[in-house]
Design a protein around this ligand. Structure first.
Ligand SMILES: [Zn+2]
Length: 370
């Protein structure tokens, strides 16, 4: 049975520590979920993810729907078996991807008509079909189909969009209940752009539907960072405190530390993996652009405080060379480090919560240069 258990609440902030019990193992929270867009965390073998103690990954419904197709994945035994990953998987609903190709789609009450970014073929997704796709994939945590409201957006448009998403959330849940056996979970997604009153109404609508987990969507879509945190600060306390809270698509290490203090339990973001491929590396001493000439003959490890396979073995000079030479190994070693850095940071976050010293972590971050 899917279940969320809060094991500790920090005494000085709203940070909480907990465990997501899934059919594919326990996941300690707060957790960062590496993004496996097409059923792979780009450049990483699953063994390495396991060695880094990755307990859950995020796969994209939209991408798997288009290629190789959810029916094919289902015939091959579901996504876990197809990709040989027996730990937890969360799938997004595809909403974000469908709506990010603005010129390729048309929305009505029933669903979204869109063209594939791969071959231009026409498709139609509805709240019901998105649930069917995620059921075929067999994800441990599925997400409702929502309209990702663009930013900036007028109050009138944000309200219309939020209300549509709430009607879709109900339709998703109705479809979900026809096959739900309690082993997997469907999360609702709060929308409402930067308008607090709309966010509140969205939370109320989702609470009525009694989702086992709640996501905050439509943030980190171009709004200023202060505005994102204002919305988060106003929204997070409205969410049921006994359910996991998932902040979608966020963010930098600093964002995660701040959001955990507001009571967020789950995160995903392409930042560590995408940046790794672009040679931008997160370290305990700030960000490093590995192409910089300063590292040309630097024999020190990328991050002396990191115990990942990249930092244990290779120098900055070698990593710079691989990057400039366009070697495949560059993406591999850089991604291995960045994912390791994020997962280590989450371990540290969980420890600070356990010792009721989360405020100290926040303060040390505010003092640090990066
Ligand atoms: Zn490292």
């Amino acid at each position: 049975m899917f279940r969320f258990e809060i094991t500790h609440r920090d005494s000085g902030t709203s940070a909480r520590r907990g465990v997501l019990h899934t059919a594919h193992g326990d996941v300690e929270t707060p957790v960062f979920m590496p993004v496996a867009t097409a059923g792979t965390v780009k450049a990483l073998q699953h063994e390495w993810l396991e060695q880094l103690d990755t307990r859950i990954i995020l796969a994209n419904t939209y991408h798997l729907f288009l290629r190789p197709g959810h029916d094919r994945v289902a015939r091959l035994g579901g996504l876990h078996r197809f990709m040989s990953w027996d730990r937890a998987i969360l799938t997004d609903s595809g909403g974000y991807q469908v709506f990010s190709h603005r010129e390729l789609r048309r929305i009505d009450e029933e669903g979204v008509h869109f063209r594939s970014h791969l071959d231009g073929s026409a498709h139609f997704l509805t709240p019901e079909s998105v649930i069917d796709i995620q059921n075929a994939l067999g994800s441990d945590i599925a997400m409702v189909f929502d309209e990702c409201t663009p930013y900036p957006c007028s109050h009138v448009d944000a309200e219309k969009s939020m209300e549509l998403s709430m009607r879709w959330a109900r339709r998703c849940l109705e479809r979900w209940r026809t096959t739900d056996d309690g082993a997997r979970a469907l999360f609702g997604i709060v929308q409402g752009s930067v308008f607090r009153e709309l966010r509140r109404r969205s939370v109320d609508a989702l609470v009525d539907l009694d989702f086992p987990g709640m996501a905050i969507g439509g943030l980190s879509v171009g709004e200023p960072k202060d505005e994102m945190f204002e919305v988060l600060e106003a929204t997070a306390p409205l969410l049921p405190s006994d359910r996991p809270r998932y902040l979608m698509g966020v963010g930098t290490p600093e964002d995660l530390i701040r959001a955990v203090a507001l009571g967020v339990d789950m995160f995903d973001c392409v930042l560590p993996t995408r940046n790794a491929r672009n040679g931008c590396l997160f370290t305990s001493r700030g960000r490093i652009l590995i192409r910089n000439a300063a590292y040309a003959e630097d024999q020190s490890p990328l991050d002396p405080d990191c115990a990942c396979p990249t930092c244990r073995r290779y120098s900055r000079a070698y990593l710079r060379h691989l990057y400039l030479a366009g070697e495949h190994l560059s993406a591999i070693l850089n991604t291995l480090h960045n994912v390791s850095f994020y997962l280590d940071m989450m371990r540290k976050i969980r420890e600070f919560i356990a010792f009721n010293s989360y405020q100290k972590l926040l303060e040390s971050m505010e003092k640090s240069p990066d």
